[in-house]
Design a protein around this ligand. Structure first.
Ligand code: N01
Length: 540
């Protein structure tokens, strides 16, 4: 039974879905947001592990669409914690009265395109049916968790947790032996906290990670007032920077400066910059020799921070360029390994064999544990898009179409799936830029597109095959100009065995990307076929 009909159905109530629902509603569309979780927040709803905090600065990881919101919300720290971000989300939901536009506890199972009626039928896990002229997938890039397929997981008699599906109540680590598997951003944030709380902490590390210090601090009233007095120029600086983070990439090559000058600049960046560290010189992420210099600097820092030289060596990343895997931003990560109760289990050569009733067996040794935490990450970028069955024109599913990797035009849509749009999808800057800026740019661009379509009686909007092909080539070419493809990362699909290896985000920078999107719009939505009933395609 068809329950409801909408102009726009938004899937997801993370920061992308919230912004999309709000903006489509403001533009006069009948819109509904569907969310699997019991509440809003997306990744910030699920990733409640202790130590979870954003590693983009709070002033930049926030919506820019409302000056009043911008002025009235008070961030407490340079990098907001997960609970503070969730409070912000709740505030936005309340302030803009968005809750009535969402349905929570509503997981989408399937989306099916009807070519004759030019609309999508969306079926939820509960079997409810909704019909929408347009669908916007705001399902996030890092929202489908993955746990390693280890034999014996079900035999474990202690507690198993995943950082990406953390319980709502506090987990008591005191008096416990805890094993954490994974040393990506989530593990790096969690480890120092558990180290202080648990009796024993065993860190199971497969690949050491590069980290840069967060240099977190409280935001004083003075700083808050200063930034708010001219917030627009901060936003503009962010918009005009390739990363969307406001960092002006260095103009100089790391290879042109003396050792002394290089070290002084790196020290300066290390002490303040967080993510901006990678942008100190113009070529750290594109030239191997330049990158080697930065990597050597970071390796020295590990040796300085970790007392035991053998342990320091084990924690030292080698064999892939700094930044090619997403670096973690840390607060006391290496220092945690100087504690007597923290032990590294190097599983690079002696992998985890199985989980038993009482612990983890690796390299033939059983490690007894009360709690096992999987900090093993996500089926990134495509996991949540491919989880529901999306069936497009001619009965082709998105899983079939993307069986050799995701192909999109601008990361916004894919040929054969009319009126289906993605917020920060593969092929857009998404995770390689300030994702909040990416979300707002995509939502604003899509609202303009649908307003124009409504005005011109356009009922179908579809990416053309040629535009998609050319965009994918461009994305690949931009990636090849960088060091990103040189690491087995989740950017590349290496995080899930058997996943196609395709470099997924757009590495050409969000500033240039926005320019391209604007040119596409100015040229009458070049690369999209716009169809009116009983008329031929209006653009291609
Ligand atoms: O996941 P990851 P994450 N056996 O994929 C290991 C964002 N984020 O949740 O490298 C043993 O980075 C895996 O080892 P390897 C951020 O964009 C942001 O930490 O595959 N180990 C790796 O060490 C981040 O990049 C924030 O060899 C296994 C770890 O688990 C992204 O989310 C905070 C394994 C997974 O690292 C994902 O981060 C947190 C196995 N079978 C996350 N499988 C902030 O903004 C995987 N591993 C602060």
């Amino acid at each position: 039974m068809v329950e409801d009909k909408y102009d726009v159905i938004v899937v997801g109530a993370g920061l992308g879905g919230i912004r999309a629902v709000h903006s489509f509603d403001e533009a006069g569309f009948k819109v509904v947001g569907l969310e699997a979780a019991a509440g809003p927040g997306g990744v910030w709803y699920w990733n409640r592990y202790p130590g979870a905090r954003c590693d983009v600065e709070s002033f930049d990881y926030s919506y820019g669409f409302s000056k009043e919101l911008e002025q009235q919300w008070r961030w407490s720290e340079r990098y907001a914690t997960q609970p503070e971000i969730l409070r912000y989300v709740d505030h936005v939901m309340e302030r803009f009265e968005l809750a009535p536009l969402f349905r929570f506890n509503t997981r989408v199972e399937s989306l099916t395109w009807d070519d004759n009626r030019a609309e999508w039928t969306v079926v939820t896990e509960q079997g409810r049916e909704l019909v929408g002229t347009h669908v916007v997938m705001a399902t996030g890039q890092l929202s489908t968790t993955k746990a390693p397929q280890v034999e014996g997981v079900d035999d474990f008699e202690g507690r198993i947790l995943h950082t990406g599906e953390w319980p709502h109540e506090e987990v008591d680590f005191s008096g416990k032996s805890v094993g954490i598997i994974g040393t990506g951003s989530s593990g790096v944030q969690l480890i120092p906290i558990v180290a202080r709380a648990a009796d024993d902490l065993l860190v199971f590390q497969r690949t050491p990670t590069f980290t840069v210090p967060a240099n977190n601090r409280p935001i004083s009233d003075e700083e808050d007032a200063r930034i708010k007095a001219d917030y627009e120029s901060r936003r503009e600086t962010a918009r005009m920077s390739p990363s969307g983070l406001g960092f002006d990439p260095g103009k100089v090559s790391a290879l042109e400066v003396s050792d002394e000058e290089f070290r002084a600049r790196m020290e300066e960046q290390y002490a303040v910059a967080g993510f901006g560290f990678a942008l100190a010189y113009r070529d750290l992420l594109i030239d191997q020799d330049a990158n080697d210099r930065a990597a050597a600097f970071l390796r020295d820092k590990i040796r300085e921070k970790v007392d035991n030289p053998d342990l320091a060596e084990k924690l030292t990343p080698r064999g892939y360029p700094f930044g090619a895997k997403r670096p973690a931003v840390d607060s006391g990560y290496y220092e945690a390994f100087n504690r007597d109760n923290v032990h590294l289990v190097d599983i690079s050569e002696a992998p985890i064999e199985r989980i038993t009733a009482t612990g983890i067996v690796a390299g033939g040794i059983e490690h007894e544990l009360d709690i096992i935490v999987f900090a093993t990450g996500f089926d990134a970028l495509t996991g949540s898009l491919l989880r529901p069955t999306i069936t497009g024109r001619g009965g082709v599913t998105l899983r079939e179409k993307w069986s050799v990797g995701p192909v999109t035009y601008l990361g916004l849509g894919t040929h054969g799936f009319p009126n289906l749009f993605i917020i920060c999808g593969p092929g857009s800057p998404s995770v390689l830029a300030n994702v909040l800026l990416g979300i707002e740019q995509h939502v604003d661009w899509l609202v303009e597109l649908l307003v124009a379509a409504r005005k011109d009686d356009v009922t179908q909007i579809e990416v053309t095959a040629i535009a998609e092909k050319e965009w994918v080539e461009h994305v690949n070419q931009r990636a090849e100009e960088t060091l990103y493809p040189k690491a087995a990362s989740w950017y590349l699909g290496a995080e899930v065995p058997g996943k196609p290896r395709v470099f997924m985000p757009y590495s050409g920078g969000i500033r240039g990307y926005r320019r391209i999107c604007n040119q596409v719009a100015d040229a009458g939505y070049q690369g999209f076929a716009l169809t009116r009933p009983d008329a031929d395609s209006a653009a291609s």
